[in-house]
Design a protein around this ligand. Structure first.
Ligand code: ADP
Length: 271
């Protein structure tokens, strides 16, 4: 709390009292601190790939270029790091649009099987390379969702990408959708689960996992091309749809991310 004291002056220049203003600065200070932390994080996240790229370019310049095989490897690294930086900057732009409330959702009715089948198509190649299987299970009678399609695609991409990244070769990633029977009279919802049999998340980290740049294992995340922003973006998008998202995990067994979306109301299909 910050206090400001102002004396109350009388006509004869005497003082008749004091006005004390108490400002609650805790919220403001917390915001400022988290803003500073965010900027520090972003700078660090960008400096890491830039430093890597610089050192590999220097090595090429100092002779590695002569060795064709080595040169190809070094160029591969700089390319991966560049791609990760592009992803990072894109992720930051997405988040800042949510932060400044610039992002408006363009809602449409989408069938759940369409959403889930298409995300498995997008990851089929990557999964096959790791000997992994992707499955889709839609409960019968699930309503279509009323969502911003691109935004929800991004949520699913981030979750499936994590499920693959943090699983050993040969694992299964299963996607499922079911109707959520909530309070009578409450808006109908669809619940989506992305489940893997991967490394899981330790209990102590679970509470912070949706924070920007929070990772259980920074090196592993970076090596896998992660930005540390995937789950924060998923959270913002789900919140913007009025839904909730949670994560259940057991180290060594696997992880399930469960989120809800608004269901589209009953609508007659005429024609
Ligand atoms: P990243 O780009 O690092 O994957 P995310 O925000 O998507 O960033 O995830 C944050 C962290 O949460 C990851 O670094 C990882 O430690 C953990 N995590 C996310 N999804 C999973 C999962 N399916 N299995 C195990 N750990 C996960």
């Amino acid at each position: 709390v910050r206090a400001t004291f102002s004396p109350i002056h009388r006509r004869d220049h005497g003082v008749s009292g004091t006005v004390v203003l108490l400002h609650d600065v805790t919220e403001q200070e917390k915001l400022e601190a988290s803003r500073k932390e965010f900027v520090a994080n972003v700078s660090h996240e960008l400096r890491t790939p830039l430093t890597t790229i610089k050192s590999y370019l220097e090595a090429l310049d100092e002779g590695a270029l002569e060795d064709r095989a080595l040169a190809e490897r070094f160029i591969g690294v700089t390319r991966n790091e560049t791609e990760r930086m592009i992803r990072l900057v894109n992720d930051l732009l997405h988040l800042s649009r949510f932060d400044s409330r610039q992002k408006s959702l363009s809602l449409e009715r989408v069938e759940m099987y369409e959403l889930l089948e298409e995300v498995t198509d997008r990851f089929a190649f990557q999964a096959r390379q790791r000997g992994m299987a992707l499955s889709v299970d839609i409960e019968s009678g699930v309503q279509p969702a009323l969502v911003d399609r691109d935004a929800v695609d991004q949520v699913l991409d981030n979750l499936v990408s994590n499920a693959i990244k943090y699983s050993p070769d040969g694992g299964l990633v299963s996607l499922s959708a079911r109707r959520l029977t909530g309070e009578p009279g409450a808006a109908a919802r669809v619940e989506v689960t992305v489940r893997d049999q991967g490394i899981g998340i330790p209990k102590k980290d679970l509470g912070r996992i949706f924070e920007r740049f929070y990772r259980v294992d920074k090196a592993r995340s970076r090596n896998m091309g992660g930005t540390g922003l995937g789950l924060s973006i998923a959270l913002e998008i789900v919140k913007a749809h009025g839904g909730t998202i949670r994560i259940d995990s057991e180290p060594g067994k696997g992880t399930a991310v469960v989120f809800t979306l608004p269901a589209a109301g009953e609508e007659r299909e005429d024609g």
